[in-house]
Design a binder for this molecule. Structure first.
Ligand SMILES: Cc1cc2nc3c(=O)[nH]c(=O)nc-3n(C[C@H](O)[C@H](O)[C@H](O)COP(=O)(O)O)c2cc1C
Length: 218
């Protein structure tokens, strides 16, 4: 039996992304978010325009999408209810947010230089995706939400999550993403079965990413 409900949010479970951007004074900002989806070498980020991250991206156009594994939940927790915006926007202050200039320091995370963009990577994250803003799509007017389309320009992966040394394939059995399911943290369960799509993109496929077919997520 089903019933009609009026949920406040529809966060059915997505990976957490830790976005690093540059503040106007050149210091790095760091923010957790989870409304992100992926298509080929692009990512769409759903964010409040009141966040410092969006301001930084619209001004400077560069970011790193750092993907934490489940063991970084304490660091994400330390960044929760913090903003790099000073003064704190009224709507955030009402919800208990406070300003924090040193997000890396308070999270206990280590900034490390990127290759193709200015914002730093998060050393502790097993996946670090350097990215550039393609365009911003206004979302659900008159709210401040915006969907930011970014192109991934460099992919860094910890060697322990690769299928083999020197491989460009991230082994799904080794990668342990942190999932936000509604507003709680989860990991993934065990693999349930094999997929007939896997061989198309798996270690056997030797196509370089740039020559993958345009609709390669389907
Ligand atoms: C686990 C988690 C997931 C979040 N997901 C999002 C999200 O998808 N979009 C968003 O705008 N804010 C999200 N937030 C809230 C932002 O982190 C928050 O707005 C923060 O103040 C942004 O930092 P900034 O203002 O320094 O950019 C999330 C927070 C947490 C802890």
């Amino acid at each position: 039996m089903h019933t009609v409900i009026e949920p406040k949010i529809l966060y059915f479970g997505t990976s957490i992304v830790l976005i690093s951007t540059l503040n106007p004074d050149g210091t790095p900002n760091l923010a957790p978010m989870s409304s992100a989806w992926w298509l080929n070498r692009s990512c769409m980020l759903g964010m409040s325009g009141k966040s410092q991250t969006v301001r930084n991206l619209l001004r400077h156009g560069e970011c790193v999408l750092n993907l934490p594994s489940v063991d970084l939940i304490p660091a994400i927790d330390r960044l929760t209810l913090l903003t790099g915006s000073d003064p704190v926007p009224a709507s955030k202050a009402e919800r208990g947010y406070r300003y924090e200039a040193d997000k890396f320091g308070i999270a206990g995370l280590t900034p490390t230089a990127s290759h193709a963009v200015a914002p730093p990577r998060v050393l502790e994250c097993p996946v670090q995706l350097e990215a550039k803003l393609v365009r911003a799509h206004p979302f659900e007017q008159p709210s401040s939400l915006v969907a930011l389309e970014v192109a991934i320009v460099r992919v860094h992966a910890e060697t322990s999550i690769l299928s083999a040394q020197g491989s460009s394939y991230i082994d799904p059995a080794k990668w342990k993403p942190m999932i936000m399911n509604f507003c709680e943290y989860f990991g993934l369960g065990d693999q349930l079965s094999t997929s007939r799509l896997a061989p198309v993109f798996g270690p056997a496929a030797s196509l370089p990413a740039s020559s993958a077919p345009a609709d390669s997520n389907s």
